[in-house]
Each structure stands twice: as C-alpha cells, then as structure tokens.
Design a protein around this ligand. Sequence first.
Ligand code: E4P
Length: 217
Amino acid sequence: MKIFIDSGNLKDIETLAAIGIIDGVTTNPSLLAKEAGDYKQILKKICDIVKGPVSGEVVSTDWAGMIREGHDIAKIDSHMIVKVPLTRDGVRACKALSGEGIKVNVTLVFSAVQALLAAKAGATFVSPFVGRLDDIGTSGMGLIREIVDIFDNYEFTTEILVASCRHPIHIVEAARMGADICTCPAAVIDQLFNHPLTTIGLEKFLKDWEKAYGAKV
Ligand code: E4P
C-alpha cells in the first residue's frame, strides 16, 4: 500500500520523504492556504522532493474553469495530478481531462456511488474521506469496504486513495482491505513508527551493551 503525505508544508514533506517511505503528496486549498508563498512554486518544489504523484486542487466550480485550471496545474510538473471535487461539473471535467491523458484525483467523495461515478469518468485516483465520515457518526472504513468490493467486480484502473486519515487504525484497516493508498497528515505518519515496546527494547539493548563493552561505538 502506498503512503502519501496530506500536506503543503515543505519542511514536513522533506523530513518524511528523506526516510524513503513516502510515495506521493496530496494538497487541498485549505492546506496550501496555510503556507506562505506562491502555490504553484510550492507544488513544483513538492514534485521535486517526492518525484511521485502530487495532487493540486482546482478552485473553479464550473467544468470549463476546472479544465482551464487543470491544464495550468498539469503544466507545473509531470508528477502533478489535477484534483477536482465530486460534483457534476467535476465529473465532467474529470472525463475530459482524463481523455487528454491528464491524471485526475476526484476528491470529496463520501459514498460508494460517488466513487463509481469517478471511476466511470476515468479518474486515476478517487479520494473517499474517512475521518470526516467518522466525525458525523458514519463508518468511514465501511465506505472503503464498499468501494473495494465494487471496484473488485469490474476492471476499473482507478486507485482508491483513502483520505482524511486521522490515526494509525485507519491505515491498518485500509491495508487489510487492499485499498491502494492512504494519505495522512505528517503527525499521523509519525505515529506509525512508534511502539512503546520498541522504545523500551532499544533502551535495554543499549544499556546491556554499554555494561559489557563500555562506551557506544
Ligand atoms: C485529501 O486529499 C484531503 O486533503 C484530506 O485528506 C482531508 O483531510 P481532513 O478531513 O483531515 O481535512
């Protein structure tokens, strides 16, 4: 399963990318609005760092505007993915841009039928938001189960990009279901490394070594 960082912050992206387990990045207008500087330059720098798929979202709400913006976003770098919302205009723009060979991520997906529409429109990625569904008392991971089942019945090439991941259990469940990607904030990716027994075990190994051999090598 691929792991993307859900962030527009260059420092966070650089730090995690250096470890070697990051496959791509997703941004959205709210995330990029937090960062200082020109958003196109930020997206270009992110592409240079991760050298993998980087989603940049359109802010137009009409399909013609989305296509115009989509062309601009795609020109930033060959790794750019155009993110469009799951609206009628978004699905139409997805179909048109995908037909031109531009990769599209359909975002703000909250139901299995919305995911089906994105796949039918040729989306490269579909982004169901699990955390925001959990927030309103609906099972986010239940939606991923439905989408995995539906996509398994057909030959869609659309990858399931589990978005709005809030904690490591979302990632474990997504991986068990065979979802293609999880996109997570840097803080959630940091949590994936931690286990108290790893910390305690390492401390003991080093203490025992020091007792026998003195100073660290
Ligand atoms: C995905 O592409 C979105 O940027 C993101 O995962 C939204 O997450 P949030 O619900 O934590 O804002």
